[in-house]
Design a protein around this ligand. Structure first.
Ligand code: ARG
Length: 656
């Protein structure tokens, strides 16, 4: 018991708050040690869905079946185990009360005072004190990674947005992140491009991007030439060899083409505020022979139909590491890049962000790396590789997202449109008369680009999503009724009764809304308010304006009251619910980051704005006796929201 108590006090004091779930898990762990000293069990703690507690310990049932046959025990039913776990929980000022429900769930109600104090501490010490703690020091995030001269399409946009968020979450968790742009700058397309460049511009050294114009058009033209002219094709293939052999003229032409592409990519990164370091495929080229040599000496590489391949259990095709013409390919480069990242860069977690279409490629070379002994085989200990796959971006016609003339959408144009659209909304609202030009532009960018990012990140990344400016820039309704009913219809067909209940509930709400005469847009609001960046950014701006209008200096307020007793009071149910949600920030980022799921953070942010709305509609802030406490709660909400925005790569807006 004393040991258990020591652990728990240490835990609570050492980390102050941080990850609530983990803090409670430590208390449960201590309790388990005294309840069943000779049984090894992982503490199971989860946020409660019901109204009986804030968190729940779910160990009793599993533990009961584990011990019941072993020896005669004092526990005749699982509930008795639950009761013992509850009784043995070390005393902690985190906990207000506990109870056992059903077959043995231990419900934990957190202490309001402790919660309030933790929020105050965060306001003083900064939100960094709520950062996750991960067991890694250095990670590589390989993302964006478009191909030179070929199109940078919405798939690359997804990779850029998702990869940036993952990098930001890891950086927030104090992991050193090597943000790598693994650009495709070494493919066979270069032979054709270089020959075409020589042909079009005999003085190619003097040629700049304006002369070449659109690199994608240039690529198309050279491809057409390649496909139609056998002589040209022959020259192009020889050019690849000369380039890879290092001939200066070819190298120079190659570098020139890369540079033009790079400038175009940079425009996108700059608009999105994304930092990346380019280490393209060509970078790893000199290391490939050595790596293949090592793999060969380990007996992993076999000769097959002229190529050199690695056969892997569980795959019906081998991993080709040297093509039959002696050239290297995507897999040779990726294996080598992995070797480099593990051995030269000493990264412990290497994360690749591409569409799910490439899953097999990643599975295969990860497996090869395990066979070679570069990575542990269990897949969970470090060093570790993860493929972060994502689905397609669809157009409103349900097909792959393209322009009307079925061209690839230029990302710069797309981002410009997002900005223009949000700017015209601001002008419609007369903001151009109220604000400076600079403020209008800044807000338009924050809202426009934020909308594009959030629309992407809020979905589980594996699902396809439909790109729609109307929806992503909507500040009120997330789901148009049309879409909503479609969704309900499919859900009904898919999962039967449970959904019928939800559906009936919604229908009832809708009928009541009609009966009491709510205007149509409010009727729908009862379903789901806009789950869009615009809505969330406005929610944040509104909080800031409440604080501004109070006339109080929030820094003074923090200094004067936090840390003393009871600056924040969570007596009203909606204050408490908001406070609890704020405190769940740490465990949520940790989950989003460990599972590489940005949508978890989006959902948290959306729910935060909902909790805030409820609090604000039911608790008067300015002019109430609880003004100081409530202003501090507003500030804490704004701080957490801003950190969420930051992690999602969205610039906050302070006024609307
Ligand atoms: N260039 C590739 C593409 O456009 C993505 C590269 C991803 N990274 C990697 N190490 N394979 O599909």
């Amino acid at each position: 018991r004393t040991k258990a108590q020591a652990i728990s006090t240490m835990a609570a004091e050492e980390e102050n708050v941080g990850n609530l779930k983990k803090l409670l898990a430590r208390l449960v762990e201590a309790s388990l040690q005294s309840t069943v000293p000779d049984v090894e069990v992982e503490p199971l703690v989860a946020a409660s869905a019901g109204n009986f507690g804030d968190y729940q310990c779910n160990n009793a049932m599993g533990l009961f079946s584990k011990i019941k046959d072993k020896k005669p025990s004092e526990f005749n039913i699982p509930r008795a185990v639950g009761q013992a776990i509850m009784k043995n929980l070390p005393a902690s000022n985190m906990i207000e009360s506990t109870s056992v429900a059903g077959p043995g769930f231990v419900n934990i109600v957190l202490s309001k005072q402790w919660m309030a104090k933790s929020i105050e501490r965060m306001l003083i010490d900064g939100i960094e004190t709520w950062a996750p703690k991960l067991p890694v020091k250095r990670a590589v995030v390989d993302f964006s990674s478009p191909n030179i001269a070929k199109e940078m399409h919405v798939g690359h946009l997804r990779s850029t947005i998702i990869g940036d968020t993952i990098a930001r979450m890891l950086e927030f968790s104090n992991v050193e992140v090597l943000r790598r742009n693994h650009v495709g700058d070494w493919g066979t397309q270069f032979g054709m491009l270089i020959e075409f460049l020589f042909e079009k511009f005999p003085n190619f050294e003097d040629v700049n991007e304006t002369a070449i114009g659109d690199l994608q058009a240039f690529y198309k033209a050279s491809k057409a030439r390649f496909d139609s002219d056998a002589d040209f094709k022959d020259k192009a293939q020889k050019a690849v060899v000369r380039l890879q052999g290092g001939e200066p003229k070819y190298r120079q032409a190659w570098a020139q083409i890369c540079e033009i592409s790079r400038k175009e990519f940079d425009q996108v990164y700059q608009r999105l505020g994304v930092q990346l370091e380019e280490k393209g495929e060509s970078f790893y080229n000199p290391y490939i022979p050595g790596v293949i040599e090592t793999l060969t000496s380990q007996g992993l590489v076999t000769e097959s139909e002229g190529a050199r391949v690695i056969f892997l259990d569980g795959f019906n095709i081998p991993l080709i590491v040297v093509k039959s013409d002696g050239g290297f390919n995507y897999a040779s480069t990726d294996l080598t890049a992995l070797w480099y990242r593990l051995n030269e860069e000493r990264a412990e977690w290497i994360i690749y962000v591409t569409d799910v279409g490439q899953s097999q490629h990643f599975e295969m070379f990860f497996k090869a790396a395990k066979c070679a002994g570069w990575l542990p085989t269990d897949g969970s200990s470090y060093p570790k590789t993860s493929h972060v796959g994502f689905g397609l971006v669809l157009g409103e016609d349900g097909k792959r997202f393209r322009t009307r003339s079925s061209e690839v959408v230029r990302l710069v144009d797309l981002l410009d449109e997002a900005k223009t659209r949000s700017e015209s909304v601001l002008i419609e609202r007369g903001k151009d008369k109220e604000w400076t030009r600079e403020e209008v532009v800044q807000t338009a960018e924050a809202v426009g680009y934020g909308a594009v990012k959030y629309a992407d990140l809020k979905n589980n990344r594996l699902t396809n999503y439909t790109f729609s400016f109307e929806q992503m820039l909507n500040d009120k309704l997330a789901i148009e009724s049309y879409l909503y009913f479609h969704l309900i219809f499919y859900l009904l067909v898919l999962c039967g009764s449970c959904t019928i209940i939800c559906f009936c509930e919604h229908l009832l709400r809708c009928m009541i809304a009609v009966a009491i005469g709510l205007p149509p847009h409010l009727r729908l609001m009862s379903f789901e308010q806009g789950n869009t960046a615009v809505y969330l950014l406005y929610a944040h701006a509104r909080i800031c304006s409440i604080i501004r209008k109070s006339g109080k200096d929030i820094e003074d307020l923090k200094k004067a009251s936090c840390g003393w007793t009871g600056a924040i009071v969570l007596d009203h149910a909606d204050e408490r619910a908001l406070g609890l949600h704020l405190l769940r920030f740490a465990e949520t980022v940790e989950e989003a980051c460990s599972n590489l799921l940005p949508n978890v953070l989006c959902e948290y942010l959306y729910n935060l704005s909902e909790h805030y709305t409820r609090f604000y509609s039911n608790c008067q802030v300015v002019g109430s006796p609880e003004e100081t406490s409530r202003l501090l709660l507003c500030e804490a909400t704004a701080v957490v929201m801003r950190k969420c925005f930051f992690l999602l790569g969205i610039a906050p807006v302070y006024k609307i």
